[in-house]
Design a protein around this ligand. Structure first.
Ligand code: UDP
Length: 341
């Protein structure tokens, strides 16, 4: 006890406060969950244009668009770091509506960064993408590979990465950009999984084909890959969420700004994923071979060595069978929930 009459003792806050943008979405909600499990104080900002209210504890959610500066500013007071997921993510849509992607993904981020500067928040973890590499020349792809996005989506993320470099120099903002490969899987035990509308991702679409009997279109089987279908690096969403926690730790401990590939570091073809789905579900997937999808690279596999080395990250749930099993469990429970009156 301090002696009577002495000033109250001042404590350093030991629970870091994190603002998560896009925390009602697929990866953001699961990362929020893992932050809470780890004892962080969290505030979620989401405009719910694509996220789901039920993904966030109601008392943590602030329904705000990043460009509503007056509403955003007070939420940044006392924040130690921002984890910035909020963005549109559909490559095909970005080709049809590039302005929407630049306005939302770049414009929204500029507004956030300006508000952070005003509030003195100096740490940021940013959701970037393997789409910044375009059609890579080397596989696995190292972080220093040429940056040549082939979609407005990829370009919008690269523009932000470039802004972050300048803000490091001129504002002292320390950031980690994680270049996501194919986020997939679920955490059914905690109620988290993939629910995009419209759904464009392979694994949920394979389940839907089983469910409805309507064949899935396989986009091209004439790529220069082992079975002719595209190769991707599938990373379990829970492992991806862990990469954000590792990045936060790194920044809180004084780490310098950097960019990391976030992939499991191995590739699988579309047909291999389909076989894994058939094995887990015990059902045949109806499919047809369709023309190549515009903008699809033949092969995207991360060199994830830097993430492992510098951030001490390693995947624990990214084995394909596990990914599919978790995703299938979530798909079934979401379907059961949807059919309940
Ligand atoms: N794919 C497919 N049919 C579909 C959806 C996806 O053949 O209906 C393929 C797609 O061409 C890619 C892979 O599955 O090679 C993963 O696609 P997804 O859209 O899930 O992720 P992306 O690689 O575009 O980030």
């Amino acid at each position: 006890m301090p002696p009577a009459g002495s000033p109250p003792r001042r404590y350093n806050r030991i629970v870091p406060k994190i603002l998560v943008t896009g925390g009602a979405g697929y990866i953001g909600s699961l990362t929020t969950y893992q932050l809470l499990q780890r004892g962080f104080e969290v505030v979620v900002v989401d405009d719910l244009s694509r996220g789901h209210r039920h993904n966030v504890p109601p008392d943590l959610l602030r329904v705000v668009h990043l460009q509503e500066t007056a509403a955003l500013a007070p939420l940044l007071i006392g924040v130690d770091a921002v984890v910035h997921f909020a963005a549109f993510i559909a490559v095909g849509e970005s080709a049809r509506e590039p302005e929407l992607y630049f306005s939302n993904n770049v414009g929204g981020t500029i507004s956030l960064l300006a508000a952070m500067a005003r509030a003195g928040v100096k740490r940021l973890v940013f959701s970037s993408t393997a789409a910044v590499y375009g059609n890579p020349e080397t596989i696995p792809i190292p972080e220093d590979a040429p940056l040549a996005p082939v979609s407005p989506y990829g370009e919008s993320k690269l523009i932000v990465e470039r802004m972050l470099k300048q803000l490091d120099e001129f504002r002292g903002l320390r950031s980690v950009a994680l270049r996501y490969f194919n986020a997939c899987g679920a955490m059914p035990e905690a109620g988290f999984g993939e629910q995009h509308d419209p759904e464009t991702h392979l694994i949920p679409l394979l389940f839907r084909a089983i469910d409805t009997g309507e064949p899935i279109k396989i986009f091209g089987n004439d790529y220069p890959t082992p079975d002719g279908t595209c190769v991707r690096d599938y990373i379990h969403v829970s492992d991806l969420a862990e990469a954000h926690l590792a990045a936060l730790d790194y920044l809180m401990n004084g780490g310098k700004s950097d960019v990391f590939n976030a992939g499991a570091g191995r590739g699988q073809t579309v047909m291999e994923v389909m076989r894994a789905v058939e094995e887990v579900t015990g059902r045949k997937v109806p499919y047809v071979i369709a023309p190549r999808r515009e903008g699809d690279a033949a092969e995207l596999v991360a060199d994830s060595g830097k993430l492992r080395r510098v951030l001490g990250w390693k995947p624990v749930r990214s084995e394909l069978g596990r990914i599919v099993k978790d995703a299938w469990e979530f798909f079934q429970s979401a379907r059961a929930g949807a059919s309940r009156p």
